[in-house]
Design a protein around this ligand. Structure first.
Ligand SMILES: C[S@@+](CC[C@H](N)C(=O)[O-])C[C@H]1O[C@@H](n2cnc3c(N)ncnc32)[C@H](O)[C@@H]1O
Length: 265
């Protein structure tokens, strides 16, 4: 497999089973509340880049705010469509578009652009980051905000040996009801700063029912992220370490950035 193929597979595989995605992250609620509060305070319409299954999209629409969600993975969008289908007042506030956040142009501007839950960790090279930030600039209204979160790279986690398998427990696939032993392996390339998480599913009743799901994430070190934003025309206004508004420090594993486009106050 070439590096490009590895990155493409690692950007898609985890998002093919949208029902499993929703089950896996069902307990993740703090970020949903944070983005919904933000949308309510700042007002809409909101542009959500990488809206996935609509976890955050729906919550924002429920607060009475219009939202456009963009994602490149059809299975995720199909689940998002179901999620916002009812009631009608929610459905009418949501527009879902299939597209690549590095190139999509909607021909309108928004007071708030968000990319919740590690979406930008799928921007592997400088050019990807530049293209994504150009998309944001093309859609931000004067005085608007870009708000997104990515993980803080953790040196100890990145140093995990690639041949060590972590046994996490058992999971049930919602689509088939089958149970699997779930294992993870981590492989970090310090030159590209891309970490591959290899998720292995081994059937509890039938070990020949076995498959691997890779997930590739670009790691962004905090100073590097600020520099990328700065040199692409953004000013970082706030950096939180969680979704309750605590300032980022060394105890946090998320970096939540609130930015504005320089020269577009
Ligand atoms: C971890 S999920 C987050 C989904 C959603 N924001 C949430 O909070 O649940 C990352 C999403 O980003 C999408 N994505 C990754 N790269 C993308 C790109 N270049 N253009 C559009 N969507 C992308 C994936 O398809 C996936 O749905």
């Amino acid at each position: 497999m070439t590096d490009d193929e590895r990155l493409r597979v690692g950007t898609e595989a985890h998002y093919l089973d949208a029902a499993y995605y929703d089950r896996a992250y069902a307990r993740r609620r703090d970020d949903v509340r944070f983005y919904a509060d933000l949308a309510e305070t700042r007002g809409g319409p909101v542009l959500e880049l990488g809206c996935g299954t609509g976890r955050v999209t729906r919550a924002i629409a429920e607060r009475g705010v219009e939202i456009v969600g963009v994602d490149r993975m059809e299975p995720m969008l199909a689940r998002a469509r179901e999620r916002v289908a009812k009631p009608r007042r929610v459905r009418e506030r949501v527009e879902l578009r299939r597209g690549d956040l590095r190139s999509i142009r909607l021909g309108r501007r928004f007071p708030l652009v968000i990319a919740p839950f590690n979406v930008f960790m799928h921007l592997y090279e400088r050019r990807d980051v530049e293209r994504a930030l150009r998309t944001v600039r093309a859609h931000l209204r004067r005085g608007g905000r870009l708000v997104f979160d990515v993980r803080v790279p953790d040196a100890r986690e990145l140093a995990r040996k690639a041949d060590k398998v972590y046994r996490v427990g058992q999971v049930t696939l919602p689509s088939t009801g089958r149970r699997y032993h779930y294992r993870e392996r981590f492989d970090y390339d310090p030159l590209t700063q891309v970490q591959t998480v290899e998720m292995a599913f081994v059937g509890v009743d039938d070990p020949t029912d076995f498959y691997l799901v890779p997930l590739t994430h670009r790691q962004f070190f905090p100073q590097e992220l600020e520099a990328l934003l700065h040199y692409n025309g953004f000013e970082v206004l706030e950096v939180y370490g969680d979704f309750r508004g605590e300032a980022l420090d060394e105890t946090h594993d998320a970096q939540v950035l609130v930015c504005r486009a320089r020269g577009r106050r």
